[in-house]
Design a binder for this molecule. Structure first.
Ligand code: NAD
Length: 341
């Protein structure tokens, strides 16, 4: 029989549905237990998926034989909870963002390294064809010298959303439109372009009664010399499909959640790539097929079985957090900020 990797979930909130579905569909993953401080949530998942449930992480770790624990708690707890898991020599699979400060992100990365466990992180958009092909076009020089790269990340979240849980929109546990929603697109455009060198940002709270930003514009300079604009907001009604545009001296690519809107290269021998998956519908929080989460769960399982690094490790996951923290600093101090490498 083929080997399977035993997964447990910490946190049975909104995103747990994607992880449960992904574990069910990933050929080498198996769910053994779930934990949530709210007993009804853990119990409901356990009953549906036929696994054990707990209301305390340490008790779950004492009683279960687990290979990987998925950290699905509020963002500002990721490092603390991930370290509790890593110290038990159990691999960590962490939702975005890795945490909301550089210090905590580094603490988790270091703790996993010290304890010899793997740290896999979620940025499911990195698994989508349109993003992968655009990155290839940049790297192979199909666009010539790339001069501009933009990301438009215009979401709608209402008052009900921000009031649904006390942690939402707080600086300590969540962050705002950049750290929660736009981080997906920020990670993606930075990954496609080979990193961001410096930012100049304006982050503000224009609508919602939260601590963090709900609307932001970031002017960026990429490591490869190109310039660009990133807009991130949760104040746009109706929420828009996220959009990415990359332009160079030999071509232009524009794509959104559903695939390419433009693939115009001077070299006509490079065909428009086929897009077999999508990032979901307009302003969709989750993609329709759960392809990205399933891909990353299977990758994490195979990383354990093959004793290799997972596709997105801690340092990779920290990059988007570094960019957002630099944007916060730039907005506060009204100056350019170099993104920490
Ligand atoms: N990849 C994505 O597209 C995506 C989408 C949504 C959320 N997320 C991330 O997932 C994380 C959770 O978000 P959510 O929307 O599911 O939040 P949520 O509030 O719906 O769920 C969080 C759950 O954690 C539980 N919890 C809190 N402290 C706990 C503890 N000490 N032990 C056990 N359980 C505890 C809460 O009771 C709650 O059920 C966030 O970091 C968020 O950024 C990622």
């Amino acid at each position: 029989m083929e080997k399977t990797v035993k997964f447990a979930l910490l946190g049975c909130g909104r995103i747990s549905a994607n992880h449960l579905d992904a574990i069910e569909h990933a050929p080498h993953a198996k769910l053994v237990a779930v934990c949530d401080i709210v007993e009804e949530k853990a119990k409901a998942v356990a009953e549906k998926y036929g696994c054990n449930y707990y209301t305390d992480l340490e008790t779950m770790l004492d009683n279960e034989d687990i290979d990987v624990c998925n950290i699905l708690t509020p963002s500002g707890y990721h490092a603390e909870h991930g370290c509790m898991v890593a110290k038990r020599k159990i691999n960590v699979f962490c939702e975005k963002p890795i945490d909301v400060t550089k210090e905590k992100a580094d603490m988790l990365i270091e703790c996993c390294r010290e304890n010899g466990v793997k740290l896999g992180c979620v940025f499911q958009r990195r698994t989508y064809d349109a993003a992968i092909k655009t990155k290839e076009a940049v790297e192979k020089g199909w666009l010539g010298k790339v001069t501009l790269a933009d990301a438009y990340l215009k979401y709608w979240r209402d008052d009900e959303y921000y009031k649904s849980d006390a942690w939402r929109g707080t600086l300590a546990l969540d962050g705002g439109a950049l750290m929660n929603q736009s981080i997906h697109g920020i990670d993606m455009i930075s990954w496609i372009m080979g990193g961001i060198e410096k930012v100049n940002a304006d982050c503000d709270r224009l609508v919602w009664d939260i601590e963090a930003e709900d609307t932001a514009v970031i002017r960026v300079r990429y490591n490869n010399g190109a310039m660009g604009v990133i807009e991130g907001a949760t104040t746009v009604n109706p929420g828009q499909e996220t959009f990415f545009a990359v332009h160079g001296t030999k071509g232009s690519i524009i794509f959104g959640d559903k695939g390419f809107y433009m693939w115009e290269l001077e070299d006509k021998s490079i065909p428009v790539p086929e897009v077999t998956n999508s990032m979901g519908g307009a302003n969709c929080q989750y993609n329709e097929t759960n392809f990205g989460h399933t891909y990353l769960i299977e990758d994490m399982a195979m990383a354990v079985l093959e004793d290799r690094a997972p596709m997105i490790g801690g340092r990779e996951a920290r990059k988007a957090v570094d960019i957002i923290l630099a944007a916060y600093k730039s907005s506060k101090e009204k100056c350019d900020v170099i993104v920490e490498a």
